[in-house]
Design a protein around this ligand. Structure first.
Ligand code: IMP
Ligand code: MG
Length: 178
């Protein structure tokens, strides 16, 4: 089995690209069926979702648009806690059918923030498509409508996902070796 070393850690193949491709195509087919006659706007959350988004979009055959967003967090000046802001969303999403593309949903904190910020702009619907979901870690109630893989609580890299900046370019998904 192929292993890769990133920084101080070793990772071994967990999901080879051929399996990723098959599941991503199936996911695209579900979306095609559900969005017939509509014109969804895909919003891919950078950085992690770039590869998933690119491969998924090749198999979407309804009229659609795609844009890319980032979520920035900073500490507000007066009140305690972290404030989040959407970066890069220039489209008016009012009355649009939005599909959020995420690389991985772990605790769900990021997704909750993204969905909250999107909903504030009054789209007509919001659905979530994630390449990976860690069901044991997921603590939120927002439905993850389309999931390519449910995985255990292991740390993984590749196919867009990184370990401290490295590994996003890898074609397969690898999991950390203990
Ligand atoms: P959450 O907010 O806890 O759901 O975490 C989501 C974010 O954490 C993802 O968008 C990833 O950037 C990162 N993340 C969570 N699990 C992993 C992993 O196994 N490998 C790499 N990044 C991860
Ligand atoms: Mg991410």
């Amino acid at each position: 089995m192929e292993t890769v070393k990133l920084h101080d850690k070793t990772f071994k193949t967990s999901i080879p690209f051929a399996e990723i491709e098959t599941s991503v195509i199936q996911l695209a087919q579900q979306i095609n069926a559900d969005y017939q006659g509509r014109k969804p706007l895909f919003l891919a959350v950078l950085n992690g979702s770039f590869m998933f988004a690119a491969d998924l979009m090749k198999h979407i055959c309804v009229d659609c648009e795609i844009s890319f967003i980032k979520v920035a967090s900073y500490h507000g000046v007066s009140s305690a806690g972290t404030v989040s802001e959407l970066i890069g969303l220039t489209e008016n999403i009012q009355n649009r059918d939005v599909i959020i593309l995420e690389d991985i949903v772990d605790s769900g904190l990021t997704l909750e923030k993204v969905v909250g910020l999107i909903n504030a702009r009054k789209p007509s619907s919001v659905k979530v498509a994630a390449l990976l979901l860690k069901p044991e870690a997921y603590k939120k109630s927002i439905p993850v409508d389309y999931v390519a893989f449910k995985i255990p609580n292991d740390f993984i890299v590749g196919y867009g996902l990184d370990y401290d900046g490295l590994g996003r370019n890898l074609k397969n998904i690898y999991k950390i070796e203990n």
